[in-house]
Design a protein around this ligand. Structure first.
Ligand SMILES: NC(=O)c1ccc[n+]([C@@H]2O[C@H](COP(=O)([O-])OP(=O)(O)OC[C@H]3O[C@@H](n4cnc5c(N)ncnc54)[C@H](O)[C@@H]3O)[C@@H](O)[C@H]2O)c1
Length: 325
């Protein structure tokens, strides 16, 4: 049987597809190769996947209803879905709000519609974000906390995805698992994220800007730990209880670190000092993220095992090889 993975040219989708192929699954990948960040990196990720047995890649926009209709008709063996395609990034949503509604709301609806009409769907797993906790003061963030205070449109669209998913689980009995990821990093990562921007700037001798005057705390989570959580969410038997078959889980490292420590580890791995400019908070940013992973540990066996001082050197190894000086 076959897993449909959306966002396979993206950071997390690429790694999830590779892990599924590693264990002998057939994977149909879909991605629009959106130019939000360098398309060459997305193509390089796909070039890694393309020769692998069991992998098929389709280029298409999920927000067009015809895209998934055609994919589902051409691949009747699909029995599970991992939906990771999205317009990501908090800051970009300030200037480009419509891109978020299209990819994250209209796109998510189309994936739910495809799931609804799929005979024999075993489960659909989809990406949400720690950003849904928004302005919540209580930390660590627990899945049982209210999430009514988004501070970016990105967060609002991801919360909409969770609510739409719950509705589809209620109406059509589709088994759905939403995963709130906390600042994922690692090889083949996203060039718009702080760790990547810092690595680029430090290796080029350019200054880096630390928002919140360097005081921000992030629950940096290594990609391999996230992939293990995604596969567990796809595989593990879950008891749904009386409500609709919909669950939400935090996937975070449960170990928030100051951004200044991230910078120190990048400096060490690159063997270069950073030129640091301290600056204030950005609209849409939150001061700290920290995951309560009680439920994900209990139900998914989620146990992140990669500390920042192991994960950052691995990222820098890949970075230095992919972008030689
Ligand atoms: N990386 C993180 O730290 C993080 C944190 C929280 C949540 N997430 C969520 O995890 C998921 C994966 O994130 P990522 O870091 O791999 O991001 P990414 O930007 O690297 O990957 C997303 C992919 O989706 C594709 N895409 C966008 N719109 C599309 C559309 N309409 N049709 C088809 N493809 C489309 C893009 O081209 C891209 O390749 C996203 O849903 C994101 O919101 C990521």
């Amino acid at each position: 049987m076959t897993v449909l993975v959306t966002g396979t040219a993206g950071f997390i989708g690429f790694h999830v597809a590779a892990a599924l192929l590693d264990r002998g699954e057939a994977v149909v990948g879909i991605d629009s190769l959106d130019p939000y960040y360098e398309v060459a990196l997305k193509e390089a990720r796909l070039a890694q996947l393309a020769p692998r047995p069991g992998f098929t890649q389709i280029r298409g926009d999920l927000a067009c209803p015809a895209t998934l209709e055609a994919v589902m008709a051409a691949h009747p063996g699909i029995d599970r879905i991992v939906h990771l395609a999205a317009q990501a990034g908090v800051r970009h949503s300030i200037d480009n709000p419509r891109a978020y509604i299209r990819a994250n709301v209209a796109g998510h609806l189309e994936v739910l519609e495809a799931a609804r009409h799929l005979q024999g769907l075993k489960r659909m797993v989809y990406a949400s974000t720690s950003s849904v906790y928004g302005a919540n003061a209580k930390r660590p963030y627990a899945v049982t906390d209210p999430v009514e205070q988004p501070v970016s449109l990105y967060a609002a669209t991801k919360r909409a995805d969770e609510l739409m998913s719950r509705t589809y689980a209620h109406l059509y009995g589709i088994p759905l698992v939403g995963l709130r990821f906390f600042t994922v990093y690692g090889p083949w990562g996203r060039p718009d994220m702080a760790y990547f921007l810092f690595a680029r700037a430090i290796s080029a001798g350019r200054p880096i800007r630390l928002f919140g005057n360097g005081t921000l705390l992030r629950d940096f989570t290594y990609i391999d730990d996230i992939v293990a959580g995604v596969l567990a969410a796809l595989d593990r038997p879950l008891t749904w209880g009386d409500g609709p078959p919909h669950r939400l889980y935090n996937l975070g490292n449960n170990r928030p670190e100051p951004v200044t420590r991230l910078v120190a580890l990048i400096e060490q791995a690159l063997g270069r000092k950073a030129v640091v400019e301290l600056t204030g908070m950005q609209p849409g940013d939150v001061e700290a993220t920290a995951a309560d992973i009680t439920e994900s540990a209990r139900d998914l066996g989620f146990a992140p095992s990669t500390p920042l001082d192991v994960g950052i050197p691995r990222f820098i190894d890949w970075f230095a090889g992919h972008y030689p000086a």
